[in-house]
Design a protein around this ligand. Structure first.
Ligand code: DX5
Ligand code: ZN
Length: 221
């Protein structure tokens, strides 16, 4: 399995978002991760489909759209039309997870389910074959720059086992506190896709080639 770095634009300079996206693409990011927050599911508010559309024009990299919104089924069409390749919804955000992931696939996008730190893997174990990705949150969703919750490592390991035993074609993504000093343990635990925001964009004048290179080196690409 080829490991991937998904650069989270939450920590980028929003006034120059197209340039930021192009810069991380040039620096070796594999995916662009876009955090959509509604001020209800999480306390923070970020961007909607219009911004996804603008980012779509700036890059050819896959757009990995992480919906931290209540009742995400209301907005799936709009995000798919805006150019999202991956649409990940939270298991806690709708009573009808399975219906929502079917809808995502009907729209031609890849379907992911995100699990908050306290949400058990049991939420996804019966629907693995209908999924393209499981996102194990390694911080509580809502903000960049939070401390990695180390006690999530056993959950990542367990999730890896679940996917391997089922032989389903499902990627395992981790999001939150991914830094050069945590990414190695996450890679050992079996993650495939590593979302990283502040470790890449911490200083907007910084060298993204260097920050992405450090992440890649630390997880033995
Ligand atoms: C948090 C978001 C993350 C965030 C990660 O709710 O889902 O994608 O950008 O930020 P870092 O990498 O700074 O922990
Ligand atoms: Zn995210």
């Amino acid at each position: 399995m080829i490991k991937k770095i998904a650069a989270s634009i939450l920590s980028a300079d929003f006034g120059r978002i197209s340039e930021e996206v192009k810069a991380v693409e040039t620096a070796g990011a594999d995916w662009i991760h876009i955090d959509v927050m509604d001020g209800h599911f999480v306390p923070n508010i970020t961007v909607g489909p219009r911004v996804v559309e603008a980012i779509r024009k700036a890059t050819s990299l896959p757009l990995d759209v992480h919906l931290m919104i209540e009742k995400p089924q209301r907005y799936l069409e709009e995000f798919a039309a805006a150019g999202a390749d991956w649409l990940t919804i939270h298991a806690e955000a709708t009573l009808h997870i399975h219906r929502a992931i079917q809808k995502i696939r009907e729209l031609g996008a890849k379907a992911g389910i995100a699990l908050n730190p306290a949400t058990p893997l049991g939420f996804v174990q019966n629907i693995l074959s209908d999924l393209d990705m499981i996102l194990v949150m390694t911080v509580n969703p809502g903000f960049g720059g939070q401390e990695f919750i180390r006690s999530m490592l056993p959950k990542v390991r367990e999730c890896r086992k679940l996917i391997d035993q089922s032989r389903a074609d499902v990627l395992l993504e981790v999001d939150g506190g991914v830094h050069p000093d945590t990414i190695g343990d996450l890679a050992d635990a079996g993650a495939d896709v590593f979302v990283s925001g502040s470790a890449i964009f911490h200083d907007h004048d910084s060298d993204y080639l260097k920050s992405i290179g450090q992440l890649k080196a630390a997880c033995c690409f």
